[in-house]
Design a protein around this ligand. Sequence first.
Ligand code: AMP
Length: 194
Amino acid sequence: MKNIILLGPPGAGKGTQATRLVEARNMVQLSTGDMLRAARTSGTEMGRKVAAVLDAGGLVTDEIVIGLIDEKLAQAGHGGFIFDGFPRTLRQADALGALLARRGLTLDAVIELVVDDGALVGRIVKRAEEALAAGQPVRRDDTPEVFQVRLQEYYKSTAPLIGYYWAKGDLVQIDGMADMQAVADSIASVLDKA
Ligand code: AMP
């Protein structure tokens, strides 16, 4: 069982790569973004609270996302957890370390998908167009305007995690601008070594 974090700005390809790992290695994708979007449509008090934050591209509170992740870590009998979109702040990173330690789990690698910011907004717009064409729901935060806010949040709150995990010796940087298969191959080789 290998537990990894996929780190990178919105549109870097974390979700795409996580989906592939779920299929190829029986890993479990823990996407706090997916959990929050599910919560908003479930009509719960928490969903109602977070809806406006999601639409504006801000970050929901650390307590909420840490609670969501904590609930999911009890699952067993799989190839490992992929943390996708979590942690996004230093506090969340510390909390994840504590949650894993409490369950006797380890973090095997933090994989940063290094991408060129200029290409990201184009990817987001494409994701929205593809969802529309496929009759799937379009994310309300996949607009160029909200994307700018999400990117700023990334640099302000999440990018410090790069240094945090580098200092722990956990960080592996891979080229997220390569084609999807090449990125998947790079991730596979990190997992096989970890
Ligand atoms: P994502 O699907 O990862 O792009 O996340 C979509 C949105 O969910 C983000 O823009 C945030 O509003 C919220 N979100 C997801 N994960 C987190 C997190 N770890 N901490 C705070 N907010 C989050």
